[in-house]
Design a protein. Structure first.
Length: 197
C-alpha cells in the first residue's frame, strides 16, 4: 500500500472521528467493492453480502469516536468483513446449503487480487505481532495456533499448569487485539486466531 494511500486513509479516519459523514462516504466508495467481492466469494449471495458490508460501515460509524486502527484501514475493514461472513455461517448453519460450506476454505483463498492483498497484509500483521510476544508466550500461542494443541496438551508438553497456558494465550490475544485497534472484539481476535492464516 502506498504511503499516499495510508496518509489519505489517516486523514479520512480523523475526519470520520470528528463526525464528518462525507468521510464515511469516501471510505465506503474506496473499499466497498473489494469488501463485497470478498464477502460474495464466500457467501454466493448478493443481498447477504451487501447487508454484511452495510453492517461493517454502520459499525464503523457508530464506533467512530473510539476508533484506534493501528493496521491499515483496508486490512481492518477486510478483517471485519471476513469475521461477519464467518459469523453469518456460524449463526445460520441450518439454513445454508451444504455445498456452500464444503468448499468454503478453498473459496476463501480464491478471491480477487485486491482481497488477496488485504488477506496477505492481515496475515503479515498478525505474524509480526506474534513475533514480538515474549518467548514463552509466543511458543504457547504457536503451539495452540499452528499445532492446534489444546491447553491441556500444551501444559503436558511444556510441563506447566493449564492456568499458565490460559494466561499466556489471553496475553497473546490481548496483544493482537490492541495491535489491530482496541474496538475489535475479543471474539473477533479469537476468530482471526483460528481462521486467518
Amino acid at each position: 500500500m502506498s504511503e499516499k494511500s495510508i496518509q489519505n486513509d489517516d486523514i479520512l479516519l480523523e475526519r470520520l472521528k470528528s463526525g464528518d459523514n462525507q468521510a464515511l462516504t469516501e471510505i465506503y466508495n474506496a473499499y466497498w467493492k473489494s469488501l463485497f467481492l470478498s464477502s460474495y466469494s464466500l457467501l454466493k449471495n448478493k443481498e447477504t453480502s451487501e447487508d454484511i458490508i452495510q453492517d461493517v460501515f454502520l459499525d464503523i460509524w457508530k464506533k467512530r469516536e473510539q476508533l484506534k486502527i493501528t493496521i491499515s484501514l483496508k486490512a481492518y475493514l477486510y478483517a471485519c468483513t471476513r469475521y461477519k461472513v464467518y459469523d453469518y455461517f456460524r449463526k445460520n448453519k441450518k439454513g445454508i446449503n451444504v455445498d456452500l460450506i464444503e468448499n468454503l476454505n478453498t473459496r476463501a483463498y480464491q478471491a480477487t487480487p485486491a482481497t488477496k492483498l488485504m488477506h496477505k497484509e492481515l496475515v503479515e500483521h498478525i505474524e509480526t505481532v506474534v513475533s514480538t510476544l515474549p518467548k514463552k508466550c509466543r511458543e504457547i500461542y504457536l503451539l495452540s495456533r499452528e499445532e492446534q494443541l489444546s491447553h491441556k496438551e500444551i501444559a503436558q508438553k511444556l510441563n506447566i499448569s493449564t492456568k499458565t497456558i490460559e494466561s499466556h494465550i489471553t496475553r497473546a490475544l490481548k496483544t493482537l487485539r490492541t495491535s489491530m485497534g482496541g474496538l475489535i472484539s475479543l471474539e473477533m481476535v479469537i476468530w482471526l486466531h483460528s481462521h486467518i492464516n
